[in-house]
Write a protein that binds this ligand. Structure first.
Ligand code: NAI
Ligand code: MG
Length: 498
């Protein structure tokens, strides 16, 4: 696969009300390719007025052509979109890789799974059902309707732009909502191209809008009174700000936030499989995933073996051009994030951790322009150190040793986060016992970092509120209305409830 790296940034435009749009101020911002370190594209910087235009367009579509479509017609459009994503998978994957440096083998796999996500929710569109109820007394007939919640605003991060958008947009459209997306300022381009696919699939104008910009654009969207639901993926700090804005106008929120997930290796585990799972947990996607297994909790009796196998495998990781299929680990997505990762490595060493491998920027010539950092293992970490408590969001593994199962559970749960956990053991009783005790929204036993559009996903504690994917993910975009019918024609005491 070969791609031309552009010298002049290509100009992309927003997508609002069924057409391209510039920002009303005319301002734009560049997006940097983290492998070359150069700007390769630009997008408009949307302000409050642009956000208002997008929300208004979404409202008109909801009150107009989209709101009057049948559920099966919505499903049919989602199916067309799914097919179009499959056709354009390679192009979309390449764009994402150029924007955030994620290796093409992963972005390609993600694009292929996107189509399945849209197909799944397409099938759900005409299976949204209410219920009937028998209140006390016989003179009422009561039924419920599940109606779309309204205009949805999605504020998205840079690590998996279209993949994370899919678990929000596909159920929202199936539910009958309309949508305004604000991709991250580091990675806006794939969402802008995707909007054209939505349009070509035949969705009415205003159903899906994209505004581009940074935190201020996201904040304008979160506080817009026309937004009924905000769905956010990103840092816990920004999620807190978004939830405060939502409180000001009583908007619903789904928050997918950070993590400091434990990967727990017991002495009775298949050690080779565990080592592979630990690798997948922290070095895949250059560690820039919310579900990163950033704390390795390993039982003392197998610790040396696990760590030495890990070090051998890490030594052969292939860093390189993320557009090459053979590359295993690409660059960090942007310069500031690289600085953050490097400063955490320094901090860990100051706190008393030992560097087992990595810790530096790689020196080879072909990596010199990119935001690379070596896959890094910090040994001798204890759970009170900041490198064990704070989300680093990079390829940095903290190794913590434990003696007993109870201690492993205590360390696993001694964190403000609760997104995911891995358990490695051949003992089936222990597997379930520990899975039930760990406070996390996803627990993997003898595997790590597997997700699916039909399995509920979300965080405990500071890792979030609400669930995405599966039928629970669809419910997030519906609100229930109860309709009461009086059956006898009699009047009732007007001064008494019920
Ligand atoms: P962020 O949470 O600040 O950004 C995510 C999105 O929120 C972006 O679209 C951004 O423009 C928007 N945003 C920023 N400030 C906002 C505000 N006040 N109101 C509304 N929207 C706002 O994350 P950032 O700064 O890119 O990364 C910082 C750290 O966050 C990372 O180092 C990592 O630890 C964590 N993070 C976690 C992610 C996850 O998947 N859980 C994804 C990205 C970052
Ligand atoms: Mg930020």
């Amino acid at each position: 696969m070969s791609v031309q790296y552009r010298e002049v940034p290509k100009i992309y435009r927003m997508w609002v009300d069924g057409g391209h749009a510039d920002s009303s101020s005319g301002e734009t911002f560049d997006t940097i390719n983290p492998y070359t370190g150069k700007a390769w594209a630009s997008a408009p910087l949307a302000n409050e007025r642009d956000v208002d235009l997008a929300v208004s367009a979404a409202r008109r579509a909801l009150d107009g052509p989209w709101g009057s479509l049948s559920p099966s017609a919505r499903g049919a459009l989602l199916r067309k979109l799914a097919d179009s994503i499959a056709e354009h998978a390679e192009e979309l994957a390449r764009i994402e890789t150029m924007d955030n440096g994620k290796v093409i083998r992963e972005t390609l796999a993600q694009m292929n799974s996107l189509a399945a996500t849209y197909h799944y929710f397409a099938g759900a569109a005409d299976k949204i059902e209410g219920s009937t109820h028998q209140p006390p007394g016989t003179n009422f007939f009561v039924y419920t309707r599940r109606e779309p919640i309204g205009v949805v605003a999605a504020i998205l991060p840079w690590n998996s732009p279209l993949y994370l958008l899919a678990s929000k947009l596909a159920p929202a459209l199936a539910a009958g909502c309309t949508f305004v997306a604000k991709p991250a300022e580091q990675t806006p381009i794939s969402t802008l191209l995707f909007a054209e696919l939505v349009h070509k699939a035949g969705f009415p104008a205003g159903v899906f809008n994209v505004v581009t910009g940074a935190g201020e654009t996201g904040a304008a969207l979160a506080r817009h009174p026309g937004v009924a639901k905000i769905t956010f993926t990103g840092s816990t700090a920004t999620g807190t700000a978004v939830m405060k804005s939502a409180a000001d106008h009583i908007a619903d929120v789904t928050l997918e936030l950070g993590g400091k997930s434990p990967n727990i290796v017991f002495e009775d585990a298949d050690i080779a499989a565990a080592v592979n799972g630990v690798m997948a947990g922290i070095f895949a996607a250059t560690g820039q995933t919310c579900i990163a297994g950033s704390r390795l909790l390993v039982q003392r009796s197998v610790k040396d073996r696990v760590v030495s196998l890990l070090r051998d495998r890490v030594a052969s990781i292939k860093l390189g051009d993320p557009l090459e299929m053979a590359t295993e680990v690409g660059p960090i997505a942007f310069g500031q994030q690289l600085d953050k990762v490097m400063s955490y490595i320094d901090l860990g060493l100051q706190e008393g951790a030992q560097l087992l491998c990595g810790g530096n920027r790689p020196s080879s010539v072909d990596l010199k322009d990119g935001f690379f950092v070596e896959p890094t293992i910090l040994d001798g970490v204890n759970n009170q150190m900041r490198v064990a408590r704070e989300e680093i969001f990079g390829p940095v593994l903290s190794v913590i040793t434990f003696d007993t199962e109870q201690e492993a559970v205590e360390i696993a749960n001694d964190t403000s986060y609760g997104l995911a956990a891995g358990i490695w053991t051949k003992d089936v009783q222990r597997a379930h016992r520990v899975a039930h005790q760990v406070s996390a929204g996803s627990v993997w036993v003898n595997t790590y970092r597997v997700l699916s559009y039909n399995v509920p996903y979300g965080g405990f504690k500071s890792s979030g509120i609400g669930r995405e994917n599966g039928m629970e993910g669809l419910s997030a975009y519906l609100q229930t209305k109860a309709v009461w019918l009086e059956l006898t024609g009699q009047t009732r005491d007007p001064f008494k409830l019920g």
